[in-house]
Design a protein around this ligand. Structure first.
Ligand SMILES: [Fe+2]
Ligand SMILES: [Fe+2]
Length: 391
C-alpha cells in the first residue's frame, strides 16, 4: 500500500519506540553529555524561537511605573533608568523578541546619564521630548516627539534633560543577537583632553563638538551627501546620520498618502543609511507606516521579528488569529513567522506605527522567507517588499 504525502514532518519524528536496549543506550549517551538525534528529532527541527509570543505593553502602565522609578531610583545608581519589555514567553529573560531588546527610558529634568559606548547598536524613538537630549560622538541631538536618534555600535553617547518635564523614549537594541555571538562589550571610561591639550582626563559627559542639527545638515537631503567629510563616525558599523527628525518623516508620509502603498503595511517608509541606501543598522531595519483612516492590510508572515510603537492614532493587529489592540505610545511585538495584518478602525483619523525588525539578519544569512495569505506553502527566500514563489 502506498503512503500518501503527509504534512511536512521529519521521517523519524516519533523517534524509536523505546526498547530496553535503546533505553539503556540513552542512559549511556546522556552520561557523557551527549544527546541522541534519533530521540530528539522533533526538537532539533523545530524552532526554539517559538517560545516568543505576541504581546502588547500599555503606555499607561509603563509610564506609571517609570515615573515611580524616577522617584525611587536615581540615575547615579541606575546609570540608565529603563524598563525592559520582557517577552512573557521567556520572562524573566529580558529579550523582547529573539533578536530585539526594547525598553522605555526616563530622564528627569536636570538629570544626566553618563557617557558610555557598546557593541550593541541602539536607537531612541522619542515619545516625550521636553528638553531631553542625547549626545552622540560630540553631537548634541535635542529630542522632539517622533524623532529617531541613533547611537550605532561603538559610538560614545550620553543623555540629559535641560527642560522642565520628563523626557521619555523607546530604546531598541540588537542586544540579544550580540549576546548570542558572545560579543557584548561596554566601555564606561571616557576621556577628553582639557582645552589646553595634554593627557585625557575622565569625563562623565561629552563636550559638544558640532552645531545642533549637524547630522541632518550633512545627510538629511535625500540623494545627496557631503563629499568633504569622512562619513565614518564612531568605532563600528552604522548610519552617520544620527537624527531622523519627525517633521521630515511625517512630511514624507503625507506626500505619499495618495499612493496605493504596500498591501501588508500601507504607506511604509524605510529609514536608510545615506551612505549605503540600506538599513541604518547592520542588524535592525527601521520603518514607519501610515495606515490611513479605515485601512485594513492583507495578512502575511515572514522570517523577521518586529517591535511596533504607535506614534499616532489607534487600531489593532491580528497575529495568528489573536487580536491585539493598540493606542498611542503602546508597543507590541510580533515574533518571527506569525501571520499578521493591521487595521485602523477610525473612519477619520490616521494611525502611524514606528517599527523595528531584525530583517537585515535574515536577509544577510539567506534566510528571508515571506508568504502572503492565500499563497501556497513553499514561498521561499523572497526579498523584502516582494514575493517570490519557489520554482
Ligand atoms: Fe547605551
Ligand atoms: Fe509584516
Amino acid at each position: 500500500m502506498q503512503e500518501a504525502l503527509q504534512p511536512n514532518r521529519p521521517l523519524a519524528a516519533a523517534g524509536p519506540s523505546g526498547t530496553e536496549p535503546q533505553k539503556v543506550l540513552r542512559s549511556r549517551v546522556e552520561a557523557h553529555s551527549l544527546v541522541s538525534l534519533w530521540d530528539n528529532m522533533e526538537d532539533v527541527v523545530s524552532s526554539t524561537t517559538e517560545k516568543f509570543v505576541p504581546h502588547v505593553w500599555r503606555w499607561d502602565d509603563i509610564r506609571e511605573v517609570l515615573m515611580a522609578a524616577g522617584d525611587i531610583v536615581s540615575l547615579e545608581e541606575a546609570d540608565r533608568r529603563a524598563l525592559i519589555l520582557a517577552n512573557p514567553g521567556v520572562f524573566p529573560k529580558y529579550f523582547t523578541t529573539n533578536n530585539l531588546y526594547v525598553a522605555y527610558q526616563l530622564v528627569r529634568p536636570g538629570e544626566t546619564a553618563a557617557v558610555h559606548r557598546h557593541t550593541p547598536s541602539a536607537s531612541r524613538f522619542v515619545l516625550e521630548g521636553n528638553g531631553g537630549y542625547t549626545v552622540v560622538e560630540g553631537e548634541k541631538c535635542p529630542m522632539q516627539r517622533g524623532d529617531l536618534i541613533l547611537t550605532p555600535q561603538g559610538t560614545w553617547h550620553d543623555h540629559g534633560n535641560d527642560g522642565e518635564a520628563p523626557a521619555i523614549w523607546v530604546d531598541v537594541l540588537d542586544l540579544p543577537i550580540v549576546d548570542h555571538q558572545g560579543a557584548i562589550h561596554f566601555d564606561f571610561v571616557y576621556g577628553e583632553a582639557d582645552h589646553g591639550g595634554g593627557e585625557p582626563i575622565r569625563k562623565y559627559s561629552q563636550s559638544i563638538r558640532t552645531e545642533i542639527g549637524y547630522s541632518t545638515s550633512l545627510y538629511g537631503t535625500g540623494g545627496m551627501q557631503p563629499a568633504y567629510v569622512d562619513s565614518k563616525r564612531g568605532d563600528g558599523i552604522g548610519s552617520p546620520q544620527f537624527v531622523y527628525p519627525w517633521e521630515a518623516t511625517y512630511a514624507a508620509l503625507n506626500r505619499l498618502r495618495d499612493h496605493e502603498g504596500s498591501p501588508f503595511d500601507g504607506i511604509v517608509l524605510r529609514y536608510t543609511d545615506p551612505t549605503t541606501g540600506g538599513p541604518i543598522s547592520p542588524t535592525m531595519d527601521f520603518t514607519v507606516q501610515l495606515l490611513r483612516a479605515g485601512e485594513a492590510t492583507k495578512s502575511h508572515r515572514h522570517t523577521s521579528s518586529t517591535s511596533y510603537t504607535c506614534i499616532q492614532g489607534s487600531g489593532e493587529t491580528i497575529v495568528d488569529g489573536q487580536v491585539m489592540s493598540w493606542g498611542e505610545n503602546d508597543t507590541f511585538v510580533l515574533p518571527s513567522w506569525c501571520w499578521h495584518s493591521h487595521q485602523n478602525h477610525s473612519a477619520t483619523e490616521d494611525a502611524i506605527l514606528y517599527a523595528v525588525s531584525d530583517l537585515p539578519i535574515s536577509v544577510k544569512l539567506g534566510l528571508y522567507r515571506e508568504q502572503a495569505e492565500g499563497e501556497p506553502d513553499g514561498a521561499w527566500r523572497g526579498r523584502p517588499g516582494t514575493y517570490e514563489r519557489r520554482q
